[in-house]
Design a protein around this ligand. Structure first.
Ligand SMILES: Nc1ncnc2c1ncn2[C@@H]1O[C@H](COP(=O)(O)OP(=O)(O)O)[C@@H](O)[C@H]1O
Ligand code: SF4
Ligand SMILES: [Mg+2]
Length: 345
């Protein structure tokens, strides 16, 4: 995880989505490569919500878009409902695509300003040639997301608030009756006062439409209440996977602990020993050797420079990729060799 490994994956037959050793690299001039996502693995069982968390630039959106095949997949498997999406092409991919939908961070720019809301929500139905019964379906989804169909349908984007625009985007994602919905920071661009409302709409829709959900956020607090499992990412790698309760009560990865310490509202569940995060996020063009978190980790030792940690279980359904985790077996840093901050290979 901040290394690699698949020890935390459940049997393929028990999950709807299984992402295995996913790698996404972007060419970046003069032969350089952006290591945006580097061999990450996770899975989501039917009906489950997975929270995917990490600071900006760690590869969350790239992961979401790769699952949707909106980004190239350099290597790895993305098995959705038994089919490896990374291998599908053309008509096969077209058949599966309606079953996966994505909601983006900025609802306003996701909506064509010139179109009536009816046409915005109807767009996926047109693309997939499913316009039979569209009128009633669109009325139902608009009503489900809390908009009055008769009022909303003839209007255009500028007549709606940011929160209402996100409701429209949710309606548009639902008309094809998807199995999996990937929400990429769906409330980050909204006023704090409407964030909870939109989270409630998503929770409601998940129940009503029997959805499985991947919920991306840069803030652990946002995913705490809605996730069944949380996966923490750092610089294109996975750090920790656990239930939100375990993660908040006893974070095993030093990076998770620093994320928790950044949550401003005092929370009795948060461990008091959480640490501050020093230093800059290294460039994904030249990530550190060994554990990618080592240039900012207070527990880093020599071994962290040379050896990438593998995922292992530190508690029931609690997995971490760290040589010296904060919970689990006794494993203090051997010599606590200071590592020069910013030193990279
Ligand atoms: N199309 C692209 N071309 C080049 N680099 C990209 C592209 N998309 C994302 N990246 C880079 O990949 C890294 C991860 O980006 P992203 O997935 O957007 O992070 P997050 O969503 O966690 O903020 C960043 O360094 C970003 O600049
Ligand atoms: S202790 Fe080592 S392996 Fe664990 S997070 Fe820190 S640098 Fe990485
Ligand atoms: Mg993003």
């Amino acid at each position: 995880m901040a290394g690699t490994g698949t020890a935390h994956l459940r049997p393929e037959a028990d999950v709807l989505l299984r992402v295995e050793d996913l790698r996404v690299e972007f060419p970046s001039g003069r032969g350089r490569v952006v290591h945006a996502v580097s061999d990450i693995s996770f899975d989501i069982a039917p009906g489950e919500t997975l929270g995917l968390v990490g600071e900006s630039g760690c590869g969350k959106s790239t992961t979401g878009k790769a699952i949707m095949r909106l980004n190239p997949i350099t290597s790895g498997r993305v098995v959705f409902d038994g089919r490896d999406l990374a291998k599908l092409s053309g008509s096969e991919l077209r058949k599966v695509r309606p079953e996966l939908q994505m909601i983006f961070q900025d609802p306003v720019s996701s909506i064509n300003p010139r179109r009536r809301i009816f046409d915005v929500v109807a767009e996926p139905l047109k693309v997939w040639d499913r316009m039979d019964g569209a009128e009633e379906l669109i009325d139902r989804v608009l009503d489900d997301v809390g908009l009055t169909p008769e009022i909303a349908k003839p209007k255009r984007r500028h007549e709606f608030s940011g929160g209402q625009c996100q409701r429209i985007c949710i309606a548009r994602a639902l008309v094809l009756d998807p199995k999996l919905i990937i929400c990429d920071e769906p409330v980050s661009a909204l006023d704090v006062s409407v964030q909870a409302q939109i989270l409630n709409v998503l929770e409601d829709m998940k129940e009503r439409y029997g959805l499985t959900m991947m919920f991306i956020a840069h803030d652990l607090a946002v995913v705490k209440n809605i996730s069944d499992r949380v996966a923490v990412m750092y610089l294109g790698k996975m750090c920790e996977v656990a239930s939100p309760d375990d993660l908040f009560a006893s974070p095993a990865h030093p990076y998770t602990a620093t994320l928790l310490s950044a949550i401003p509202i005092p929370d009795p569940d948060v461990v008091p020993s959480a640490m501050d995060l020093d230093g800059e996020l290294p460039s994904p063009l030249d990530p550190p050797s060994g554990c990618r978190f080592r240039t900012r980790c207070p527990r880093a030792a020599e071994r962290c420079t040379t050896e990438e940690p593998l995922v292992r279980e530190v508690g029931p359904d609690h997995y971490v990729a760290c040589h010296f985790p904060l919970v689990g077996e006794e494993a203090p840093p051997e010599a606590s060799t200071p590592v020069e901050v910013g030193s990279q290979q």
